[in-house]
Design a protein around this ligand. Structure first.
Ligand code: KG4
Ligand code: ZN
Length: 330
Protein backbone atom coordinates (compact mmCIF):
# COMPACT_ATOMS: atom_id res chain seq x y z
CA UNK A 1 0.00 0.00 0.00
CA UNK A 2 1.36 3.43 -0.96
CA UNK A 3 0.26 6.40 1.14
CA UNK A 4 0.81 10.05 0.28
CA UNK A 5 1.34 12.21 3.39
CA UNK A 6 0.51 15.92 3.49
CA UNK A 7 1.71 18.09 6.40
CA UNK A 8 0.72 21.76 6.64
CA UNK A 9 -0.03 22.42 10.32
CA UNK A 10 2.33 25.35 10.83
CA UNK A 11 5.27 26.73 8.86
CA UNK A 12 6.42 23.70 6.88
CA UNK A 13 4.77 22.21 3.83
CA UNK A 14 5.79 18.56 3.66
CA UNK A 15 4.77 15.82 1.23
CA UNK A 16 5.96 12.22 1.17
CA UNK A 17 5.17 8.77 -0.22
CA UNK A 18 5.39 5.80 2.13
CA UNK A 19 5.11 2.23 0.88
CA UNK A 20 4.19 -0.39 3.52
CA UNK A 21 6.36 -2.91 1.64
CA UNK A 22 9.35 -0.79 0.63
CA UNK A 23 9.42 1.99 3.23
CA UNK A 24 9.76 5.69 2.52
CA UNK A 25 9.88 6.21 -1.26
CA UNK A 26 10.40 9.99 -1.36
CA UNK A 27 9.74 13.17 0.56
CA UNK A 28 9.87 16.89 -0.14
CA UNK A 29 9.68 19.85 2.21
CA UNK A 30 9.45 23.60 2.06
CA UNK A 31 10.20 25.53 5.24
CA UNK A 32 8.70 29.00 5.65
CA UNK A 33 11.12 29.97 8.41
CA UNK A 34 12.90 32.63 6.34
CA UNK A 35 9.55 34.22 5.43
CA UNK A 36 8.36 34.49 9.06
CA UNK A 37 11.71 35.48 10.53
CA UNK A 38 11.31 39.21 9.94
CA UNK A 39 8.09 39.15 12.02
CA UNK A 40 9.74 37.27 14.92
CA UNK A 41 7.24 34.38 14.70
CA UNK A 42 4.78 32.61 12.45
CA UNK A 43 2.19 34.87 10.75
CA UNK A 44 -0.81 32.54 10.23
CA UNK A 45 -2.20 34.28 7.13
CA UNK A 46 1.18 34.21 5.37
CA UNK A 47 1.64 30.57 6.37
CA UNK A 48 -1.69 29.55 4.78
CA UNK A 49 -0.96 31.39 1.55
CA UNK A 50 2.46 29.84 1.26
CA UNK A 51 1.08 26.32 1.78
CA UNK A 52 -1.25 26.99 -1.19
CA UNK A 53 1.74 28.05 -3.31
CA UNK A 54 3.94 25.10 -2.35
CA UNK A 55 1.66 22.06 -2.21
CA UNK A 56 1.43 21.24 -5.92
CA UNK A 57 5.12 21.74 -6.81
CA UNK A 58 6.05 19.58 -3.79
CA UNK A 59 3.65 16.86 -4.95
CA UNK A 60 5.30 16.92 -8.35
CA UNK A 61 8.72 16.72 -6.71
CA UNK A 62 7.72 13.71 -4.63
CA UNK A 63 6.21 11.89 -7.61
CA UNK A 64 9.31 12.54 -9.68
CA UNK A 65 11.73 11.45 -6.93
CA UNK A 66 9.78 8.24 -6.26
CA UNK A 67 9.36 7.30 -9.91
CA UNK A 68 5.68 6.59 -9.17
CA UNK A 69 2.55 7.89 -10.87
CA UNK A 70 -0.31 9.55 -9.05
CA UNK A 71 -2.51 6.55 -9.82
CA UNK A 72 -0.10 4.37 -7.79
CA UNK A 73 -1.20 6.19 -4.62
CA UNK A 74 -3.58 4.01 -2.57
CA UNK A 75 -4.59 6.59 0.04
CA UNK A 76 -3.84 10.16 1.10
CA UNK A 77 -3.13 11.05 4.75
CA UNK A 78 -3.24 14.69 5.79
CA UNK A 79 -2.57 16.44 9.10
CA UNK A 80 -5.95 17.02 10.68
CA UNK A 81 -4.64 18.97 13.69
CA UNK A 82 -3.61 20.43 16.01
CA UNK A 83 -2.17 23.44 14.26
CA UNK A 84 -3.04 26.78 12.68
CA UNK A 85 -6.62 26.56 11.38
CA UNK A 86 -5.95 28.23 8.02
CA UNK A 87 -2.79 26.23 7.41
CA UNK A 88 -4.57 22.95 8.26
CA UNK A 89 -7.45 23.82 5.92
CA UNK A 90 -5.03 24.16 3.02
CA UNK A 91 -3.58 20.66 3.57
CA UNK A 92 -7.00 19.10 4.15
CA UNK A 93 -8.51 20.74 1.04
CA UNK A 94 -5.50 19.78 -1.03
CA UNK A 95 -5.66 16.13 0.13
CA UNK A 96 -9.42 15.88 -0.38
CA UNK A 97 -9.30 17.58 -3.78
CA UNK A 98 -6.53 15.27 -4.94
CA UNK A 99 -8.33 12.25 -3.50
CA UNK A 100 -11.50 13.16 -5.35
CA UNK A 101 -9.64 13.72 -8.63
CA UNK A 102 -7.77 10.40 -8.38
CA UNK A 103 -10.70 8.56 -6.82
CA UNK A 104 -8.54 7.58 -3.83
CA UNK A 105 -9.58 7.59 -0.15
CA UNK A 106 -8.26 10.07 2.41
CA UNK A 107 -7.75 10.07 6.15
CA UNK A 108 -6.92 12.73 8.74
CA UNK A 109 -3.90 12.09 10.97
CA UNK A 110 -3.17 13.66 14.37
CA UNK A 111 -0.02 15.77 14.07
CA UNK A 112 1.37 14.49 17.37
CA UNK A 113 0.88 10.89 16.31
CA UNK A 114 2.99 11.72 13.27
CA UNK A 115 5.79 13.02 15.53
CA UNK A 116 5.37 10.13 17.96
CA UNK A 117 5.81 7.45 15.30
CA UNK A 118 8.55 9.28 13.35
CA UNK A 119 11.42 7.43 15.13
CA UNK A 120 10.02 4.23 13.60
CA UNK A 121 11.15 5.53 10.21
CA UNK A 122 14.77 5.29 11.37
CA UNK A 123 17.00 2.21 11.44
CA UNK A 124 17.02 0.43 13.81
CA UNK A 125 13.39 1.17 14.65
CA UNK A 126 12.30 0.72 18.26
CA UNK A 127 9.94 -2.17 19.01
CA UNK A 128 6.77 -1.60 21.10
CA UNK A 129 6.28 -0.95 23.97
CA UNK A 130 8.32 2.17 24.65
CA UNK A 131 8.25 5.45 26.53
CA UNK A 132 8.08 8.49 24.27
CA UNK A 133 9.18 12.01 25.08
CA UNK A 134 7.46 14.32 22.63
CA UNK A 135 9.16 17.71 22.66
CA UNK A 136 7.96 20.10 19.97
CA UNK A 137 7.23 23.80 19.64
CA UNK A 138 3.65 23.35 20.83
CA UNK A 139 3.77 20.26 23.08
CA UNK A 140 5.79 18.49 25.74
CA UNK A 141 4.45 15.09 26.72
CA UNK A 142 5.67 11.83 28.20
CA UNK A 143 3.76 8.83 26.93
CA UNK A 144 3.68 5.11 27.21
CA UNK A 145 3.26 3.64 23.72
CA UNK A 146 2.14 0.02 23.43
CA UNK A 147 1.36 0.03 19.72
CA UNK A 148 -0.07 2.21 16.96
CA UNK A 149 -3.05 3.98 18.52
CA UNK A 150 -2.26 2.65 22.01
CA UNK A 151 -1.03 5.72 23.83
CA UNK A 152 -1.16 6.49 27.54
CA UNK A 153 -0.31 10.02 28.61
CA UNK A 154 1.97 9.94 31.66
CA UNK A 155 2.53 13.67 31.97
CA UNK A 156 2.76 16.92 30.05
CA UNK A 157 3.71 20.56 30.40
CA UNK A 158 1.48 22.67 32.57
CA UNK A 159 2.42 25.84 30.67
CA UNK A 160 5.04 26.44 27.94
CA UNK A 161 6.26 23.63 25.71
CA UNK A 162 9.99 22.87 25.65
CA UNK A 163 10.37 24.28 22.12
CA UNK A 164 8.45 27.38 23.15
CA UNK A 165 10.85 27.87 26.11
CA UNK A 166 13.79 27.55 23.73
CA UNK A 167 12.27 30.04 21.29
CA UNK A 168 11.21 32.59 23.93
CA UNK A 169 14.53 32.51 25.76
CA UNK A 170 16.39 32.79 22.46
CA UNK A 171 14.31 35.86 21.60
CA UNK A 172 15.31 37.46 24.92
CA UNK A 173 18.93 37.00 23.83
CA UNK A 174 18.22 38.73 20.51
CA UNK A 175 18.15 35.58 18.37
CA UNK A 176 15.91 35.11 15.34
CA UNK A 177 12.81 32.89 15.26
CA UNK A 178 12.83 29.94 15.78
CA UNK A 179 15.63 30.33 18.27
CA UNK A 180 15.95 26.71 19.46
CA UNK A 181 18.88 25.72 17.23
CA UNK A 182 20.54 29.16 17.64
CA UNK A 183 20.43 29.26 21.47
CA UNK A 184 21.72 25.69 21.48
CA UNK A 185 24.71 26.69 19.31
CA UNK A 186 25.31 29.74 21.51
CA UNK A 187 25.25 27.55 24.64
CA UNK A 188 28.07 25.42 23.21
CA UNK A 189 30.37 28.44 23.53
CA UNK A 190 29.14 29.42 27.01
CA UNK A 191 30.64 28.60 30.37
CA UNK A 192 28.91 26.20 32.68
CA UNK A 193 28.01 27.33 36.23
CA UNK A 194 27.87 31.09 35.59
CA UNK A 195 24.06 31.09 35.66
CA UNK A 196 22.29 28.46 37.69
CA UNK A 197 18.69 28.63 36.48
CA UNK A 198 15.79 26.88 38.23
CA UNK A 199 14.92 23.29 37.29
CA UNK A 200 11.12 23.55 37.41
CA UNK A 201 9.33 20.49 38.85
CA UNK A 202 12.54 18.47 38.85
CA UNK A 203 11.60 16.76 42.09
CA UNK A 204 7.83 16.58 41.66
CA UNK A 205 6.72 12.97 41.84
CA UNK A 206 4.65 13.17 38.66
CA UNK A 207 5.66 13.30 34.99
CA UNK A 208 4.55 16.86 34.36
CA UNK A 209 6.71 19.78 33.29
CA UNK A 210 6.62 23.55 33.66
CA UNK A 211 8.90 25.81 31.66
CA UNK A 212 7.45 29.30 31.91
CA UNK A 213 9.39 30.02 35.13
CA UNK A 214 12.63 29.16 33.39
CA UNK A 215 11.94 31.66 30.65
CA UNK A 216 11.08 34.26 33.33
CA UNK A 217 14.40 33.53 35.08
CA UNK A 218 16.22 34.26 31.81
CA UNK A 219 14.21 37.47 31.45
CA UNK A 220 15.15 38.53 34.97
CA UNK A 221 18.88 38.10 34.28
CA UNK A 222 18.58 40.01 30.99
CA UNK A 223 16.65 42.87 32.67
CA UNK A 224 19.01 43.09 35.66
CA UNK A 225 22.04 43.63 33.47
CA UNK A 226 23.01 47.32 33.73
CA UNK A 227 24.86 47.43 30.43
CA UNK A 228 23.91 45.75 27.13
CA UNK A 229 24.74 42.06 27.28
CA UNK A 230 28.10 41.14 25.77
CA UNK A 231 28.41 38.14 23.51
CA UNK A 232 30.06 36.25 26.39
CA UNK A 233 27.17 37.14 28.75
CA UNK A 234 24.69 35.81 26.21
CA UNK A 235 26.67 32.61 25.70
CA UNK A 236 26.79 32.01 29.47
CA UNK A 237 23.05 32.65 29.85
CA UNK A 238 22.34 30.34 26.91
CA UNK A 239 24.50 27.67 28.54
CA UNK A 240 22.69 27.99 31.87
CA UNK A 241 19.30 27.84 30.15
CA UNK A 242 20.09 24.76 28.04
CA UNK A 243 21.59 22.93 31.01
CA UNK A 244 18.48 23.59 33.11
CA UNK A 245 15.96 22.46 30.49
CA UNK A 246 18.00 19.40 29.52
CA UNK A 247 18.37 18.40 33.19
CA UNK A 248 14.60 18.44 33.68
CA UNK A 249 13.80 16.58 30.45
CA UNK A 250 16.37 13.87 31.13
CA UNK A 251 15.36 13.43 34.80
CA UNK A 252 11.68 12.99 33.88
CA UNK A 253 12.56 10.44 31.20
CA UNK A 254 14.72 8.47 33.63
CA UNK A 255 11.88 8.51 36.19
CA UNK A 256 9.39 7.30 33.59
CA UNK A 257 11.71 4.44 32.58
CA UNK A 258 12.13 3.45 36.19
CA UNK A 259 8.41 3.74 36.97
CA UNK A 260 7.28 1.62 34.02
CA UNK A 261 10.24 -0.75 33.89
CA UNK A 262 10.40 -0.37 30.10
CA UNK A 263 13.77 -0.53 28.37
CA UNK A 264 13.21 1.65 25.29
CA UNK A 265 12.92 5.43 25.24
CA UNK A 266 11.93 7.25 22.08
CA UNK A 267 12.40 10.99 21.48
CA UNK A 268 10.23 12.88 18.99
CA UNK A 269 9.55 16.46 17.91
CA UNK A 270 11.70 19.46 16.99
CA UNK A 271 13.60 19.70 20.29
CA UNK A 272 14.63 16.09 19.72
CA UNK A 273 17.16 17.51 17.26
CA UNK A 274 18.95 19.24 20.13
CA UNK A 275 22.55 18.08 20.52
CA UNK A 276 22.89 18.73 24.27
CA UNK A 277 19.66 16.84 24.95
CA UNK A 278 20.81 13.88 22.85
CA UNK A 279 24.18 13.78 24.60
CA UNK A 280 22.64 13.89 28.07
CA UNK A 281 20.02 11.27 27.20
CA UNK A 282 22.64 8.95 25.71
CA UNK A 283 24.73 9.26 28.88
CA UNK A 284 21.69 8.57 31.12
CA UNK A 285 20.65 5.63 28.92
CA UNK A 286 23.99 3.90 29.16
CA UNK A 287 24.17 4.53 32.90
CA UNK A 288 20.64 3.28 33.58
CA UNK A 289 20.80 0.56 30.93
CA UNK A 290 17.99 1.44 28.59
CA UNK A 291 18.06 2.13 24.85
CA UNK A 292 17.21 5.53 23.39
CA UNK A 293 15.95 6.11 19.85
CA UNK A 294 15.65 9.33 17.84
CA UNK A 295 14.11 10.24 14.52
CA UNK A 296 16.53 11.15 11.75
CA UNK A 297 17.42 14.83 12.21
CA UNK A 298 15.44 15.80 9.10
CA UNK A 299 12.31 14.18 10.57
CA UNK A 300 12.48 15.78 14.04
CA UNK A 301 10.75 18.95 12.91
CA UNK A 302 7.52 18.94 10.88
CA UNK A 303 7.57 16.88 7.69
CA UNK A 304 5.34 14.89 5.35
CA UNK A 305 7.10 11.55 5.92
CA UNK A 306 5.79 11.21 9.48
CA UNK A 307 2.22 11.87 8.31
CA UNK A 308 2.50 9.37 5.43
CA UNK A 309 3.93 6.81 7.87
CA UNK A 310 1.35 7.37 10.62
CA UNK A 311 -1.43 7.20 8.00
CA UNK A 312 -0.02 3.97 6.58
CA UNK A 313 0.23 2.38 10.05
CA UNK A 314 -3.34 3.36 10.87
CA UNK A 315 -4.60 1.95 7.57
CA UNK A 316 -2.66 -1.27 7.99
CA UNK A 317 -4.57 -1.86 11.24
CA UNK A 318 -7.90 -0.67 9.88
CA UNK A 319 -8.29 -0.03 6.12
CA UNK A 320 -11.86 1.21 6.72
CA UNK A 321 -10.44 4.42 8.24
CA UNK A 322 -9.83 5.87 4.79
CA UNK A 323 -12.89 7.50 3.32
CA UNK A 324 -14.11 8.73 -0.04
CA UNK A 325 -16.52 11.03 1.74
CA UNK A 326 -14.37 14.08 1.15
CA UNK A 327 -15.84 16.23 3.90
CA UNK A 328 -13.21 17.10 6.48
CA UNK A 329 -12.85 18.45 9.99
CA UNK A 330 -9.80 20.37 11.05
O1 KG4 B 1 8.09 19.63 16.07
P1 KG4 B 1 8.23 21.00 15.55
O2 KG4 B 1 8.73 21.18 14.15
O3 KG4 B 1 6.92 21.82 15.60
C1 KG4 B 1 5.79 21.62 16.35
O4 KG4 B 1 5.01 20.67 16.05
O5 KG4 B 1 5.62 22.42 17.30
O6 KG4 B 1 9.20 21.76 16.59
C2 KG4 B 1 9.64 23.05 16.40
C3 KG4 B 1 10.38 23.46 17.65
C4 KG4 B 1 10.77 24.92 17.68
O7 KG4 B 1 10.41 25.43 18.94
C5 KG4 B 1 12.27 24.89 17.50
O8 KG4 B 1 12.95 25.97 18.10
C6 KG4 B 1 12.63 23.60 18.17
O9 KG4 B 1 11.60 22.71 17.79
N1 KG4 B 1 13.94 23.09 17.72
C7 KG4 B 1 15.02 23.01 18.53
C8 KG4 B 1 16.08 22.51 17.74
N2 KG4 B 1 15.60 22.31 16.48
C9 KG4 B 1 14.29 22.67 16.49
N3 KG4 B 1 15.18 23.31 19.83
C10 KG4 B 1 16.38 23.10 20.37
N4 KG4 B 1 17.46 22.66 19.67
C11 KG4 B 1 17.35 22.33 18.37
N5 KG4 B 1 18.40 21.87 17.71
ZN1 ZN C 1 5.20 19.44 14.82
Amino acid sequence: MIVLGVESSCDETGLALYDTEHGLLAHALHSQIAMHQEYGGVVPELASRDHVRRALPLLQEVMQKSGKHKQDIDAIAYTQGPGLAGALLVGASFACGLGMALNKPVLGVHHLEGHLLSPLLATPAPAFPFIALLVSGGHTQLMRVDGVGQYQLLGETLDDAAGEAFDKSAKLLGLDYPGGPAISAMAERGQTGVHLFPRPMLHSKDFNFSFSGLKTAVLTVVKKSESPLSQTDKENIARGFVEAIVDVLVAKCVNAMKHTGLKRLVIAGGVGANRQLREALNAAASKKRFAVYYPELQFCTDNGAMIAFAGAMRLKNNPALATTDYGFNV
